[in-house]
Design a protein around this ligand. Sequence first.
Ligand SMILES: [Fe+2]
Length: 172
Amino acid sequence: MTENYADYTTPGMDFEDSHRVTETLQLRLHALNDLQLTLKHAHWNVVGPNFIAVHEMLDPQVDEVRGWADLVAERIATMGASPNGTPGSIVTGRTWEDYPLGRASTQAHISALNDVYTGMIQDFRNAIAETGKVDPMTEDILVEITRGLELFQWFLRSFITTSDGALKPVTD
Ligand SMILES: [Fe+2]
């Protein structure tokens, strides 16, 4: 592998701060790459009523998440670090479990994906808190992505919310 850090970061930024920010961004890149694969996996494996609604809802999410991965990876490169996007590095670098479902009902996939989004959003909010003080440009990128993740989670939650507002996940 090439040396992770170039001789530069963005002007005016402390190197130590920059390295800490790019490490945080690298884990977010793994999360986004993991999510885009997981969403496609669910797109292929949903069965049952509402199939086409869920199947077709997921593809635009995949496209958006891929765009966010690109945004994060290019911020890492802009800051003089080397973004890692290999499949092996996602598996060794991630701190969460693999997606649990294969072929399963639309409601079960929606419920499992809701959990995935909850973890993503919590981790993104933590990343915003970690990076915001030293790099507002990174914070801006993470805020934009988190806003989008929250919107997509609302789409999912709408499938498992009752008319009185209760969230009713399904496990099978
Ligand atoms: Fe497809």
